[in-house]
Write a protein that binds this ligand. Structure first.
Ligand SMILES: [Zn+2]
Length: 222
């Protein structure tokens, strides 16, 4: 606590403070603007984020819109913290997954679908809440990635699919500051209350996590 208020030294101090204060006010404004500029626009709460028709969040993904019945408009990560990636397997072909996510009667869809050749289709913006986890809280906090294939067909999980999906997940983790670990990159089967088993026992988590880490650091995956 300051004990010596009002003395001669204090008056000088106050004048200096007032002069300094005017300069500080200008400086604060400039600092604030610079601070805002240095933040990525989508991290600033309350900003009505611009949306461009057909825009994707991951370079290289192709946009195909899911039915609006299969997701909810949001403003993530301003309204919900995104701290998870959830890995799925479609239990069907790539084309059938794209088709059902466009069907308003399906009631579910993920943000991305990865094909066996490494092609990635984005169907829901990361801003928005996709209905993929069967758990409201987990939907709100996660990005969902489907992998075309069947849980009991390990041959469906190709090298190209692992590599493409790992790059996608590494990008998501970098965008939202998500730790690259199995607490934050989980399978649908690990979502509380789910009766889904995907991605199943043949999904190679050790390999996948290694690829995600390497994609995140920019070094070449082995
Ligand atoms: Zn699933």
């Amino acid at each position: 606590m300051e004990q010596t208020k009002g003395g001669p030294d204090r008056r000088i101090g106050r004048r200096a403070l007032i002069i300094g204060g005017a300069a500080a006010a200008v400086g604060t404004g400039a600092l604030l603007a610079r601070d805002e500029l240095s933040r990525m626009w989508w991290q600033v709460p309350g900003v009505d984020k611009p949306r461009v028709e057909g825009a994707v969040d991951y370079t290289g993904a192709r946009w195909v819109a899911a039915s609006s019945a299969n997701w909810r408009r949001a403003d993530r990560p301003a309204d919900y913290t995104v701290d998870m990636v959830i890995v799925h397997v479609t239990q069907g072909s790539f084309d059938s997954a794209v088709q059902v996510f466009q069907d308003p009667g399906h009631g579910a869809a993920s943000h991305y679908i990865v094909r066996d050749d490494g092609h990635i289709t984005q169907m829901i913006r990361e801003l928005d809440v996709a209905y993929h986890a069967g758990n409201r809280e987990y939907n709100e906090r996660s990005v969902g990635i489907e992998h075309a294939g069947f849980v009991d067909r390990p041959q469906d999980f190709t090298d190209a699919m692992y590599a493409a999906s790992a790059r996608l997940t590494a990008g998501i983790c970098a965008r939202y500051g998500i730790p690259v670990d199995r607490e934050h990159i989980i399978g649908h089967v690990e979502v509380p209350g789910t009766d889904h088993t995907d991605p199943g026992e043949h999904w190679d988590w050790d390999r996948y996590m290694r690829l995600v880490r390497r994609a995140g650091t920019g070094s070449t995956p082995a």
